[in-house]
Design a protein around this ligand. Structure first.
Ligand code: SF4
Length: 429
């Protein structure tokens, strides 16, 4: 049986977490190993010979600080200890962006279509620090006139004035980490806000003029029953966010609960019921279920995350940030001190890199595209199954069961197919 503890519904690992593999997320597939030798002498490392093929790029910036580590979290983040380390980080991020600007990229200079400050808790940055990072990107790259610029925010670290200043710096989308509106569950997770604070932060974002606000929720949480999930979900939908991301709790290696286990995790049937309830409730409120774990009002899909799912290209900065240019995936070193030291030597802080084969690229296109309602070209599926009778049979079985359909030349999973997709994805890759 396919379980919800499999990776496809898990909370999004940001592009900073290379070990997440098939994670159910905006996560681009990371470089897992150095499969080829890149010119070590070059300060540009794996990017020395990478050639972008797209006209547009995304740009991910990882901010590796949180006030406190949540018990389920395995991301590359550490408790914020002093402003001096934040200031050193911001200087390093700006320098890294300057180095990326100087990377040869074979003479190609695609436009930056989206910028995503993820973490960590990017809303711990002061507005002038966010402005410094965004200015560095604008100074170094051609930026699209309609660029989408998202900052992940936690409710306890945003207020009206900060959000107004973020807007002035160019931020035009906020992704708010609410996770739950249950004040008996939030502290169990190690979160620092309560339901009232979450509502206030959402309202502050609207009052600051953000017309594009996304809310992150989690289900399958300790002590969360189906009725409680429905209540919290309805509460968030009443706010009328533009976009909703929701992930099932997983006990990942690297998190406290991955080591110790979590208290009172609901039965799998309960978690499945919560996911199905979410699909129904979001659909009834006019949201499009456009990716396994993401819902959007018409016109409000996350453009940045769609770059990942469409296997587009993106640069990344910050400790642990992962980028993808040409056929090269790369991941930055994760420890903050090492990251800063490398950048201060004016070297790109790339730690892992991988040049992908055609076969790998095909597998990635399939598993990323099938996460979405847009699906993949049916010809890609035919190509992948051509020399694999077992896989071809599996795909045919999925079609017969209504989990996968092919029309208009595209293969797509149904909502029930989303739920069971992990088993298929493992084979497709
Ligand atoms: S706020 Fe987010 S990134 Fe920070 S510890 Fe909690 S889950 Fe992890």
């Amino acid at each position: 049986m396919n379980t919800l503890t499999s990776s496809h519904l898990r909370r999004p690992a940001p592009p900073s977490v290379p070990e997440t593999g098939l994670a159910g997320s905006p996560t681009p597939l990371p470089a897992t190993s150095a499969t080829e030798t890149f010119p070590e002498a070059s300060p540009f490392g794996a990017l020395a010979e990478a050639t972008p093929t797209s006209a547009e790029l995304g740009f991910y910036v990882h901010v590796p600080f949180c006030r406190k580590r949540c018990y389920y979290c395995s991301f590359n983040t550490a408790p914020l200890e002093d402003r001096a380390s934040v200031e050193r980080y911001v200087r390093s991020a700006v320098t890294e962006i300057e180095l990326l600007r100087a990377a040869p990229l074979n003479g190609r200079r695609p436009e930056i279509a989206t910028v995503f400050l993820g973490g960590g808790t990017p809303s711990l940055l002061e507005p002038d620090e966010v402005a410094d990072i965004l200015d560095a990107i604008r100074d170094g790259f051609a930026v699209a006139a309609d660029v989408e610029i998202t900052v992940e925010c936690n409710p306890e670290s945003v207020m009206h004035d900060k959000l107004v200043a973020y807007r002035a710096a160019g931020v035009n989308r906020v992704s708010l980490g609410v996770q739950s509106l249950d004040d008996s569950i939030l502290p169990v997770l190690g979160r620092l806000h309560d339901a009232r604070g979450a509502r206030a932060a959402f309202g502050a974002a609207r009052e600051a003029g953000f017309g594009n606000v996304s809310v992150d929720l989690m289900y399958g949480l300790p002590g969360l029953d189906v009725a409680g999930w429905r209540r919290g979900l309805a509460g968030v939908l009443d706010w009328q966010p533009d976009h909703l991301s929701a992930y099932g709790l997983t006990l990942d290696a690297g998190s406290l609960w991955g080591a110790t286990g979590a208290p009172r995790v609901p039965a799998e049937e309960t978690t499945v019921a919560q996911y199905r309830g979410l699909c129904d409730a979001a659909g009834a409120r006019g949201f499009e279920h456009y990716e396994i774990s993401n819902w959007a009002r018409p016109g409000s899909r996350s453009r940045h995350n769609q770059i990942y799912w469409r296997r587009g290209e993106y640069l990344a900065a910050g400790p642990g940030g992962c980028g993808f240019i040409g056929n090269v995936r790369y991941g930055n070193t994760k420890p903050l001190a090492r990251y800063c030291a490398l950048v201060e030597e004016r070297r790109l802080p790339i730690d892992t890199s991988e040049r992908l084969t055609e076969r790998q690229a095909l597998g990635e296109r399939l598993i990323l595209g099938l996460r979405t309602v847009d699906g993949v070209p049916a010809t890609d599926l035919v190509l992948r199954t051509a020399d694999d009778a077992t896989l071809a049979l599996r795909v045919e079985t999925w079609r017969e069961r209504g989990l996968l359909r092919v029309d208009d030349g595209r293969a797509r999973l149904s909502e029930e197919g989303f739920l069971l997709s992990d088993a298929l994805f493992v084979e497709l890759l």
